[in-house]
Design a protein around this ligand. Structure first.
Ligand code: GDD
Ligand code: MN
Length: 399
């Protein structure tokens, strides 16, 4: 929940040998029931990142004694260790939520995310961070699918196949963004904090990195290969349910991406009917308007006995109103802009200009030449169809 972020608790310090000002790298480690892995992780990771000016932020959703083990071993580490334990009522977003929570409280210029079960060898992670911090990039991904990387430690052919198909699926859904990214599902990655809008991210499930790269199309990405190791102790939290969450996450990312793309174009341009349809519809509306106009002119000219030019002018006001309602409602309903009164006055202005400058003179000429008044009137209306369509379409209702 976005509003709760301002007041969300910050991880507290278990050990602080590196002052906040010296911290250049924040390693965020999400943990859920990883007590047996903590001692080894702390000693190996501490050694691997000590030279980089690091803090390790644990964001813990455990029900076991991970917190106690952390508190006991943190003081031996050569780096700052911080911990946030989220009670069962505050475990929003699971793994992803934990990672983002940690990242929002990071002090370093760089944030690295890694697992606690030693599948991401701390020495490889340290190397990745070191490379990241020495290059002018925004995101560095630990990849198992390029160079010397391997999925050996995933633990079985089934998991390897799942991982590889999930990767393919993601790449096919985001072909452009993921062309140069070999391992968008990686749980080991680092990013420059200033280059990432954490509040614009809203991942569910395990794939934080996928969310990050899809949401930041401009980010400069590099990859560093690593060999995934076997889980040191304890059990994986991956499940069939996580698999479904992943599919939901993909769907959400896709639709949001489309929403994002659509926002870039004006809504009006997106919703326009095709031009040919607009023109045909305009013509059909014009035909009904022609009937209205002719009937009105007949009325003004015959029973009302007005001068034919005055009759034509009055008839035009009626048919213009008629046309405006239909055009505004049926053809440009989804794309019209501004106020109805504004559109109506432009519509009337256009039709009356055409009336005064073109239709009435031609009408008079035709009458002098002996053509009937109703026929002459209809001819002048029909002749201006294209002009009226173009001015309406390109000016009055331009997107
Ligand atoms: N705070 C918190 N909350 N941490 C969690 C949660 C949770 O709900 N679920 C899992 N974790 C922690 C675990 O304790 C571990 O440190 C890390 O997240 C990864 O969890 P694993 O259970 O070991 O997941 P995995 O090995 O199946 O998946 C890893 O590899 C995938 C690629 O194959 C993760 O790194 C995935 O992100 C990655 O996509
Ligand atoms: Mn794991």
């Amino acid at each position: 929940h976005r509003n709760s972020r301002a007041s969300e608790p910050a991880p507290h310090y278990l050990h602080r040998p590196v002052s906040d000002r010296q911290v250049r790298l924040s390693v965020v480690v999400p943990t859920r029931n990883e007590a047996e892995n903590i001692p080894t992780l702390l000693s190996r990771l501490g050694g691997a990142v000590a030279a980089l000016g690091a803090e390790i932020i644990f964001v813990d959703d455990s029900d076991d004694d991970t917190v106690d083990v952390l508190a006991r071993h943190a003081t031996d580490a050569p780096v700052t260790v911080r911990l946030l334990h989220r009670p069962p009522s505050a475990r929003a977003g699971g793994l992803s939520g934990a990672v983002l929570h940690g990242a929002r409280h990071a002090r370093g210029e760089w944030v690295m995310v890694m697992d606690a079960d030693l599948q991401h060898p701390p020495e490889s992670a340290g190397r990745l961070a070191d490379i990241a911090m020495r290059h002018d990039v925004d995101v560095v991904i630990g990849t198992r699918y390029a160079g010397e990387g391997s999925t050996e430690g995933l633990g079985g052919a089934a998991r390897e196949a799942t991982s590889s198909w999930a990767t393919r699926l993601a790449k096919s859904l985001f072909p452009r963004r993921l062309t140069t990214i070999s391992d968008p599902m990686s749980g080991l990655f680092a990013f420059r904090r200033a280059a990432v809008d954490l509040d614009g991210m809203n991942p569910i499930g395990f794939k934080v990195l996928l969310e990050l790269v899809v949401r930041h199309p401009g980010a400069r990405v590099a990859e560093v290969a690593y060999e995934m190791a076997h889980r040191h102790a304890g059990r994986s939290k991956a499940s069939a349910r996580e698999g479904l969450t992943f599919l939901r996450h993909l769907g959400r990312l896709r639709s949001r991406r489309l929403v994002g793309q659509m926002r870039e174009r004006p809504a009006a341009a997106r919703d326009r009917l095709p031009e040919l349809i607009r023109m045909v519809a305009f013509g059909l509306v014009g035909l009904t308007g022609l009937v209205v106009n002719t009937a009105a002119l007949w009325f003004f000219y015959e029973p009302a006995n007005l001068h034919h030019l005055l009759g034509a002018a009055l008839a035009t006001q009626l048919s213009t109103a008629w046309n405006f309602v239909l055009v505004d409602l049926l053809i440009y309903r989804r794309t019209r802009q501004g106020s109805r009164a504004g559109r109506a006055s432009r519509f009337f202005l256009l039709n009356n200009l055409l009336l005064l400058l073109l239709r009435l003179p031609v009408l008079q000429a035709l009458v002098w030449a002996g053509v009937g008044i109703l026929t002459s009137n209809a001819l002048t209306l029909a002749a201006l169809f294209l002009v009226r369509f173009l001015i309406n379409d390109r000016v009055i209702y331009s997107p």
